[in-house]
Ligand binder design. Structure first.
Ligand SMILES: C[S@@+](CC[C@H](N)C(=O)[O-])C[C@H]1O[C@@H](n2cnc3c(N)ncnc32)[C@H](O)[C@@H]1O
Length: 262
């Protein structure tokens, strides 16, 4: 029987884990991940809260958050190889950190936790791997279920509108439009905000990636003559770009910060 798109996506993530092990590259090698961790940590810094990281991959971000914030974190991912590597990385932690983190297999569509269990939920680039809006909605509402009333949902995802705005800017300079990867369905911001309205209070949309995308996806490609093969994600210009204050609304990746109503 031919594999469904969802099965192919799942197998893709198992393969990424086998290929890259405990490296950040297993999920996304982009420098932006470091900036994203800093922004997330601001929302987790001060309380010893219970945090769920949904779609944690090999635990790269979860372990950084554990080092920076006094939280207790459970990371879940449906790719068993990702979870094996997350646990291998956890084993290397000092005991004080190790006691505050664990990793288990799990699917965002059916979380194996009781209602209202977590103070905060982090989820980055996981829901974009669900190939229909119906499934994405289910995932968001399932996450809501395990969050306590007033608890924060920190959702960092690429959006359709973010990509459109970036591509409009690229086109002004003769650069071809970028496409979402085959395994991603970018979130539609309007649909997302309409969905969450009865369920969450929107606290903030963090456009944390705007300057970085302008530098790494417009200025840097222009400097190398638009030649894809000459682009390196860790080029010095991108390293500067990721430290720049974020200005404007050209970032593909956005962090939606919301609090559970009810
Ligand atoms: C792009 S990676 C992001 C990893 C990590 N959150 C980060 O930001 O570095 C997406 C991860 O989501 C996981 N994932 C995709 N669909 C999932 C699902 N239905 N349930 C749980 N994990 C899922 C994949 O296995 C993969 O590890």
């Amino acid at each position: 029987m031919p594999q469904s798109q969802l099965q192919k996506i799942r197998e893709y993530w198992e393969e990424q884990a086998r290929k890259y092990g405990t490296s950040q590259a297993a999920s996304w090698a982009d420098l932006l991940v470091n900036r994203e961790i800093e922004v997330l940590a601001r929302y987790l810094a001060d309380q010893p809260e219970a945090v769920l990281d949904v779609g944690c991959a090999n635990g790269h971000t979860s372990l950084e958050l554990i080092r920076r914030c006094p939280i207790h974190l459970v990371g879940i991912d449906y790719a068993s190889t990702m979870i094996s590597y997350a646990n291998a990385a956890r084993e290397l932690l000092q005991d004080g950190y190790k006691a505050r983190v664990k990793f288990v297999e799990g699917d965002v569509l059916k979380l194996d936790f009781e209602d209202d269990r977590f103070d905060k939920v982090v989820s980055k680039r996981c829901i974009t791997n669900l190939d229909t809006w119906e499934l994405q909605q289910r995932a968001i509402l399932e996450i809501r279920r395990v969050l306590r009333p007033g608890g924060f949902f920190l959702l960092s995802e690429p959006t359709v509108q973010g990509l459109e705005r970036l591509n409009r800017l690229r086109s002004l300079f003769g650069l071809e439009p970028l496409q979402a990867p085959w395994h991603n369905l970018y979130l539609d911001e309007e649909r997302l905000l309409a969905l969450i309205e009865p369920h969450f209070s929107l606290v903030k949309v963090e456009n944390f990636s705007s300057s970085y995308y302008v530098i790494s996806r417009v200025i840097y490609p222009l400097l190398v003559g638009g030649k894809k093969e000459r682009l390196r994600h860790d080029a010095w210009l991108n390293k500067v770009g990721v430290r720049m204050p974020s200005v404007g609304n050209f970032g593909v990746q956005k962090l939606f910060v919301m609090a559970k109503k009810g």
